[in-house]
Design a protein around this ligand. Structure first.
Ligand code: SF4
Ligand code: SF4
Length: 223
């Protein structure tokens, strides 16, 4: 899932400066699961903003709605009849959801309330760890299911580098060397031949926005 964390309160408050009526839009999927931007977090943030602005003698009227997914136009329709009544929209979705909201309502300021952080896993309640940087050329089949782009400090597709030291990374001795872990995993699986396979330099595809169209689907014509 996409993992995000709420922005510092004062940053959010500052973004809303000058707006008297704001609709806070939560997202019911990834950011709800990672406790950053679901229905509960919308209610908590609204209560904090309400109190802070009252104390400043500059009240704000905060509306609240949480849609199933902000990155899916079909779920944004529910907002169409509400948005006109607000000065600005605050979004607690990931960066993709925030941008989709801004695209649908180009006349409204759309402001982010969370920082989108990584694609990760849930290790425990409130504890998330990065696992993927969406490089578009997944090599997990050769690396024993350990992502070198995410877990290696240099993001090496072919490793280890010369700095690996007794299982630790040269960048931080508390950080295990990703390529040592890959070696051990492949060794345990009798697949060490995989580590000898050279992965060519990545044709980095994330310098421009990438598009995925699944087999059997096509991009609709515009207009
Ligand atoms: S190699 Fe790593 S960053 Fe690239 S797609 Fe696979 S898991 Fe994600
Ligand atoms: S020591 Fe290991 S994890 Fe650290 S940069 Fe080198 S190969 Fe990557």
């Amino acid at each position: 899932m996409i993992v995000a964390k709420r922005k510092p309160f004062n940053e959010i408050k500052s973004l809303l400066k000058g707006y008297g009526k704001v609709l806070n839009v939560g997202c019911g999927t990834c950011v709800a699961v990672c406790l950053a931007g679901g229905e509960k977090e919308v209610a908590v943030l609204n209560a904090e903003l309400d109190m802070a602005r009252k104390l400043e003698d500059n009240p704000v009227e905060m509306g609240a709605i949480t849609v199933e997914r902000q990155c899916d136009m079909e779920y944004l329709e529910a907002l169409d009849s509400m948005v006109g009544g607000y000065d600005a929209l605050l979004s607690m979705a990931c960066g993709a959801g925030i941008q989709f909201l801004a695209e649908r309502y180009p006349d409204k300021p759309v402001l982010p309330a969370v920082d989108t952080t990584f694609i990760g896993v849930n290790q425990g309640v409130g504890w998330y760890e990065e696992r993927c940087r969406s490089c578009s050329s997944c090599v997990l089949g050769l690396t024993g299911g350990i992502c070198p782009v995410t877990m290696c400090a240099k993001g090496l597709y072919n490793g280890p580098c010369g700095g690996t030291n007794k299982g630790s990374c040269e960048i931080d001795k508390n950080q295990p060397c990703a390529w040592q872990m890959i070696y051990e995993r492949l060794n345990a699986q009798n697949r060490l031949d995989c580590i000898l396979e050279i992965t060519p330099p990545s044709d980095w595809q994330n310098q421009i926005p990438r598009t995925v169209i699944q087999p059997g689907y096509k991009k609709p014509e515009k207009g």
